[in-house]
Design a protein around this ligand. Sequence first.
Ligand SMILES: NC(=O)c1ccc[n+]([C@@H]2O[C@H](COP(=O)([O-])OP(=O)(O)OC[C@H]3O[C@@H](n4cnc5c(N)ncnc54)[C@H](OP(=O)(O)O)[C@@H]3O)[C@@H](O)[C@H]2O)c1
Length: 626
Amino acid sequence: MSERNPAQGTPEKVTGSGSAPDTAAPAPDTTPPAAGAPGGVRATESGARAGAPDAVTPDTGPSGTPGDTGTDAAPAGASGPPETEATGPRPSVGGANDGTPPDAAAADLGSRPLPDGPDLGWVNPLRDPQDRRLPKIAGPSGLVIFGVTGDLSRKKLMPAVYDLANRGLLPPGFSLVGFARRDWEDEDFAQIVHDSVRDHARTEFREEVWQQLAEGMRFIPGDFDDDQAFEQLRAAVHELDKSRGTSGNYAFYLSVPPKFFPKVVRQLRKHGLAEAPAGSWRRAVIEKPFGRDLRSARELNRVVHEVFDPEQVFRIDHYLGKETVQNILALRFANQMYEPVWNRSYVDHVQITMAEDIGIGGRAGYYDGIGSARDVIQNHLLQLMALTAMEEPIAFDADSLLAEKLKVLKSVKLPRDLGEHTVRGQYAEGWQGGEKVRGYLEEDGIDPGSTTDTYAAVRLEMDSRRWAGVPFYLRTGKRLGRRVTEIAVVFQRAPHSPFDSTATEELGANAIVIRVQPDEGMTVRFGSKVPGTSMEIRDVSMDFAYGESFTESSPEAYERLILDVLLGDANLFPRHQEVEESWKILDPIEEYWDTHGRPAQYASGTWGPGEADEMLARDGRSWRRP
Ligand SMILES: NC(=O)c1ccc[n+]([C@@H]2O[C@H](COP(=O)([O-])OP(=O)(O)OC[C@H]3O[C@@H](n4cnc5c(N)ncnc54)[C@H](OP(=O)(O)O)[C@@H]3O)[C@@H](O)[C@H]2O)c1
């Protein structure tokens, strides 16, 4: 295979038949069930299906397919409508959107009318939507990855696709289309996917799973400016609809530098790829960062929403795909014992930490000028804060979660004195993992005068009855003591102690610590008497570890998120309103930093600059050592 100079023209290579698109009816699926699928059974279970026909604008694309006037107008036998678990599953019809292969769906026709529409379809009377024994399996669909040669795609996306296939969670005709500036044939692309799966997949390699997946792989060579390449992509999608039964259901994953997001979505529109043929869906998956401030985020959202409706856009914050992050909601809202103490009457403060031990590696071009606050606080940490602080949603669905998270973000109060209550730092040289490492300003590709932060700590408060007066301290940094992400809810001291002060001098504050990564789990810290004749009370901890309590290992965040995109389940994806509210919190801090001094230096391998310790000491507190 040859690496091609992007400046050269795209070679003529059409993977599809080039014939007129066949979009109305799902193509029959003649391929065998994915290896690893439980008995080849496909669940008819339906997740929340955003971005499906009711979000589709009239079809004016080059396909010539009649415009889709919305789900409820779809003819019986066409692909199913979007569904949310909150509103109750609607019958699956035709199988294009619901995980039922078309042939099985056809045999499964019942006659229950939709609650809010004409009698469109049928439901499997043997299928209980509440039944968790059958996992959700994506319906007929394909995934197009732009930027498929990139770091994220090789290390996370392609392995996650394989892991999903290996777990039997993809439909048998699932198709993966790569788009990149390489002069590759489909087989070359398959080899690249193969290598990345071998190197990075979580589950064992199984030849039969691989073979079935590889049959649905196509590669489109081209630059984002290349109209011909997008026409080839369109032809490939139609060809896959016919040969693999993907039924026109496609997710477009933009794993590309953010400056190309607008270009790619506009090309998708121009070439009719953003228009879902009647009864099918199209979705766009966008990687972070979503802008670099409020203004650019709004502009990006405007451009993306010109092409895709909000429900069709899935913004990836991979933290939300982590089991431990989803467990925050389970912990808080499925149990009774935490809620009474989860408020200002008992909580002294909350610390949310994401620490990395690595430096910027080869990502100077991306990182310099962005920095740790924009890279981590604006998205991951504010999302963790929102989940920790929010009220109980009325249901576990995307709209209810959005409503509650938004309330938290809108209630955030910045410190009056940003100089006293925020800190930014830059790692200097030091020792890490037994090795001498360079400082940020000495890294390759970094301007020696750069003021980009590699460490940031901020104190936020909320104007709400639950949290008034309780500081939330958020910190993140590179080249810190170790890689760890945790949320520590630190409680007030007991109001009165019957013990001598000497008995409790070793006693710290009670705390609940949610360990997001690594060593996923939760610790509850409290005081206990030390065995012996004297009364001495010391901190002890009770531990819950995922690895010990459950036999099944947690899926990678990207596995969960890619599956949710294919299912149309938007619960774990931040909406544009959240993104914009988060920038409203960070923008004033960044503006303050831009006009006040330089980042404080900290030695690599330590826990950040002394200024961050002083920031907490001024409040009479100290950072936890995770
Ligand atoms: N890497 C991570 O761990 C990570 C984590 C979180 C979020 N993200 C986000 O994910 C996205 C991708 O990151 P990445 O690290 O994978 O980036 P990357 O390694 O720089 O890859 C960028 C990809 O875009 C392609 N590309 C660039 N310009 C192009 C053009 N004009 N036409 C066609 N293709 C073009 C590149 O193709 P060529 O090979 O031809 O240059 C490459 O495949 C970014 O938005 C990033 O912020 C990445």
